[in-house]
Design a protein around this ligand. Structure first.
Ligand code: NAP
Length: 307
């Protein structure tokens, strides 16, 4: 099939181009002008900024894809400019997605696969939730509420696009090369420096996902006929009290010191405090049964912090 990957220089997008080509697809890599030299080996490279409607439309039209994959985020900026990273990512999820849907339809594509996140659910109900759980659009932190509303808009646009079969892959918290949890990543550095304390109880649940499995799940999402929302997460949603000390040990850092839960937002920022105290995990049963994907790394215990 002819497949266009938007975000082809990304942590997921780059290896995905190679994985799709290995499956025999003809892959167009969409990159920005300034990122051309980092473009992966592809059958074709097309150039556009996703926030430039006309340029994107022309680039997608030139590629004539049957399937479009949306792996656009600006989360790489997180370490240096967290507010900017979230604001720009929200624009990519709303305006960028709208542009991509329009361009895909105009080019005659019949399928759109988009990256979303598995940790946007409201913290209600059991410790591990399925895809039908409500999103945390009314989170008390305005920044996170805006992020979740942008996620909801991306999902609405992808699943509601006329004439396009939509698939939303809600990735768990990514680890592995190039991610924030890699040994050189921003989270690892904070943990190693002892600047990532564990709020008392550590009951917030995280569902992790190795980058290789994020790539592997996108392949059947491109090739199959299924539509809908899928949690793409490993098999072991874990409370912070379990994964954080394990991660610190693997990184060779000090054991995380315990702090009172009510101090956590000030010490860690609202989102990380939420992740470690109240967040829910995400069950992957639907991806297993409907998408036919299962993680090659069923547990974070075997690799989180190792690379
Ligand atoms: N589920 C999760 O935990 C999760 C989800 C997403 C991201 N992250 C974190 O974010 C980091 C990267 O992950 P990722 O694969 O989503 O992001 P990424 O590696 O930064 O890839 C994003 C892609 O979007 C492209 N892009 C950004 N703005 C664009 C624009 N205006 N027009 C066209 N293309 C644009 C980037 O291109 P350029 O090369 O031109 O910038 C890049 O190819 C990792 O540290 C990861 O841990 C985590």
């Amino acid at each position: 099939m002819r497949v266009l990957v938007a975000g082809a220089t990304g942590v997921v997008g780059q290896p995905l181009v190679g994985a799709l080509r290995e499956r025999g697809h003809r892959v167009s890599a969409l990159v920005r002008e300034g990122s051309r030299e980092r473009a992966p080996e592809a059958d074709e490279v097309v150039v556009a900024d996703a926030l430039d409607r006309e340029a994107l439309s022309a680039a997608v039209a030139a590629a004539r894809p049957e399937v479009v994959v949306h792996q656009l985020t600006a989360l790489r900026l997180l370490r240096d400019d967290p507010a900017g990273a979230f604001a720009q990512t929200a624009r990519l999820r709303t305006e960028g997605t709208a542009h991509l849907v329009e361009a895909a339809r105009a080019a005659g594509a019949r399928r759109l696969v988009a990256q979303s996140i598995a940790f946007a659910a409201a913290p209600a109900g059991g410790p591990v939730l399925d895809e039908d759980a409500p999103l945390y659009t009314d989170a008390p932190d305005p920044g996170w509420a805006a992020t979740v509303r942008a996620v909801a808009e991306l999902e609405r646009l992808v699943l509601g696009a006329q004439d396009l079969a939509g698939v939303v892959l809600r990735y768990g918290t990514l680890y592995g090369a190039g991610t924030a949890y890699a040994r050189t990543g921003g989270t690892a550095q904070r943990v190693r420096a002892g600047r990532f304390p564990l709020p008392e109880g550590g009951a917030g649940v995280t569902s992790f996902l190795h980058v290789d499995d994020a790539v592997a799940a996108a392949v059947p999402a491109v090739e199959s006929h299924v539509t809908g929302v899928f949690h793409v997460t490993d098999d072991e949603p874990a409370p912070a009290a379990q994964w954080l000390p394990h991660y610190a040990r693997t990184l060779g850092g000090p054991p995380p010191r315990t702090v009172p839960a009510d101090l956590a937002p000030r010490l860690l920022g609202w989102f990380t405090a939420h992740q470690l105290t109240t967040a829910r995990g995400a069950a992957n049963d639907r991806a297993r049964t409907v998408l036919g994907w299962k993680p090659s790394r069923p547990t974070w215990r075997d690799g989180l912090g190792a690379e």
